[in-house]
Every structure is written in C-alpha cells, then in structure tokens.
Design a protein around this ligand. Sequence first.
Ligand SMILES: [Zn+2]
Length: 446
Amino acid sequence: MSSTFLGDDADLLVRGGRIHTFDEAGSVATAIAVRDGVIVATDAAAEALSARETLELDGRTAIPGINDAHLHAAWLGARWHHLFFSDTPPEEQPTGRLVTTAGERRSALRRAWRLLAELGITSYTEPGIGPGEDDGETGCFGTDMLESYAELHREGAQTARVTLLRLFGTIDGESSLDDFRAGLPVPPPSTDPRWLAIPGVKIFADGIPPMATAWTSDPYPDGTTGHLLTRGDADPLSAFRQMIALAGGRGLQIAVHATGDRSIDEFLIALEQSGETTPRGPHYIVHGDLATPDQIRRAERLGVGFAVQPLIAAHTHSWAAVQLGEARVAAAWPLSAMLSSGATTTLTSDAPIATPDWRPSLDASLALLAADGRADDAEIRRRLLRAMTADAAVQDGASAWKGTLEAGKVADVTVLDEDPCAPGRAFADLAVERTIVDGRTVFARG
Ligand SMILES: [Zn+2]
C-alpha cells in the first residue's frame, strides 16, 4: 500500500522556498514532508525526516492547491478552447450537441483535468449534473456524464478532486417539483468522497441581471422583475420552498443559483423557517450579484455561504447597468461585504463562462475591492487566496482534511514562480510551475 521505500520517513519533501500554509494564523512554512499523500510534518520537523524525493523550491512559492468552487468541467472540456467571455466570435462558438458517446464524455473530462492541472487547480465543484439534462442540448450535464465521472473515478484517472452537485431540472432553466421529488431518492454512485464527493443538489432560482431574468424587488426598465424558475405545486415559490425542505430533510447540501435580491431573500427565508443546517458543507448562494448588506448578515447568521464570480462581474458590469441602472449596479457584487462577513465566501470562475484561470479572477477581485476603497496589500491577497483554498474546502465540507498545508491535510500544492501575496503585482503575471495532488505531481512546467 505504502509507496515509501524501506528506510524513508517520507515520500516527498518540499523545501527551499516560501510555503504559505493559509492556516488560521497565516503561517509561512519552510518545508513540508508528505507520506501516502498526506502532510506528516512541517518546517524543521519535516527537514529532519529522510525523504525518497525532494522538491527544491529554489526560492519559489508554494500555496495550497487552488479549489474552484463553481466550475463546469465537463462542459469546459467539451467546449475547450472556446469560452463564453473570450475573443471567440459568436459564429465560432460551439453549439448543439458537444458530446454523445462515452468516449467523448471521458475525453471531455480528461481534457478539462489536464487544463486544470496546468492552472494549479487541484479541486473543483461540478455544479449540476443529473436526469433533468438527459435530453439536454450539449450532452454535458446528464446522467451519462455522472456515469462517466464515476467510471473515471473508479479507474483512478482523476488529477483533481471533485465535489459534484446533482441537478433535477435543466441547467440555467426550469425545474419541476415532481422531477425533484422523483430524483432525490435515487442514490448517486458510491464513491470515495476524497476524490468524488456528491454531497448535495443545485437549484436554479432565477436567471441573471443583464438578461433582466434575475428576480428583483425593483423592476427593470420594461417594468418586469424576473421570476422564480421552479415549477409545480400551488406556485413557483411554494415549489421552491418544498425543494429546499425535501433536500434539507435528507441532510443534503443545497446550492441555489440566485442573482436577484428577491430569490436570495426567499432562499434565506426558507432556511430561516426550516432551521435546516447541513452536517458538513454549508448551504450556499451561487452568484449573489444583488445581495443586500442585510442579506449578507442573515446569511452569516444562518451559516449560509456565497460562491461568487468576480470575472463575470467585470465582463457584464456595463451590460447589467443597462438593466439595473447605475445606482443598483454600483451596489452589485458586494464582494467586500461578503469577505468581511463571517459567511463562507468562495471565488469561482463558472468556466466555461469565464476562463478557469484563477489569476485574472483574483485581479478582478482586487478591482472590485479597490472600487470599495480597499487597498492592495498582503493581507487582502491572503484573504482572496484563502477564498480559493481554505474557504473553498469549508464549502466542500472538507476543511478537516484539505485546503491548507498543515500536518494531517492532503498534499495538494500549487507551486508559483513568485509570492502571490506580494502586493503591487498582477496575479495574472504569476506562473504556475508545478501542481501536486495527493502528493503526486500532475503538472510540471517545462
Ligand atoms: Zn454555473
């Protein structure tokens, strides 16, 4: 079982550079030792061990592996290298069926994993796969894709850890209470949750502000306010509440796509009334574009998190302003308030909508915070990087064993050419030198 040769205390020693552990205290270590995929010692205690292999950082910086807490990997792999926010003109964007056969589905996942390894991403959340998409346009979100995931998982082919949310409606569309009720009891494939965890469900509450489909209190210029996408029972709101009660009653984690203040409010009200809490990962709001200060406080009180996308904010800001007006758009994407609250907040790409590259996403985060008067310094950079490592592990319900570089945690490590916490430099200028998952190198530059 162990790959340790006789006489060696560790499989791998990483040393000779700055190692940001992103533990609570913000410790910087000088070395970590890894055995069987797990960090067994740090600093001098690590250096004192004999190791089968030593990785000299030569002054480079190591951080915990990046965890993109909302990334559609199957879709990304099937579409690559076309992103929605990119130079690809609309006529060259892939349309219709992207994957049909098992081979195509497996290739899409493998392609995504190669790409994520190159970017230093060691964990991600695949947000929404299930029977509601079995006849879906792309082929990327149906039950077949869940099977391809499970198959590659059993083969040990993964180079990133996955948290997968089940979906009982259509992606970015409607869901019926009947389908939700029928799908929920169907057991997901049995898996090793350290590599493929399936802890909960995704529910689409509304659309997005630029399309005037976010459900809002104040109307858009055409007088509409958007609406809930849930269907069944007496009305959409009652269907929405029942879905939350059904999933919560099963102890499942609930992630709700909610951009408008009305849908965010109704999700919080449903949780306030049911008193539902999950045993591991928190329930959370995906996007949260128009979350109000009061809603952020209520989320914190309820233990509800936010998974937000600073690059989508950057790309759609002026487009959203047309629908929301300058005042509302100025208050949109309240990243600063989210980060300074106690609500678990993760920074995510929503790839292939935006690039899966976390570096421009962190630069977009700095820009959002600068607009709120927050200066670029080491502390805020550490906070942003924790949102993509330690806090993402909290969202995964996995903070006991991943997300920081401490003894007892898995050795998921991203090595960068320079220190990402040094202010005044674009994150986009950092190079990913090496990606280590479970103590094993899955990407090395050059
Ligand atoms: Zn998404």
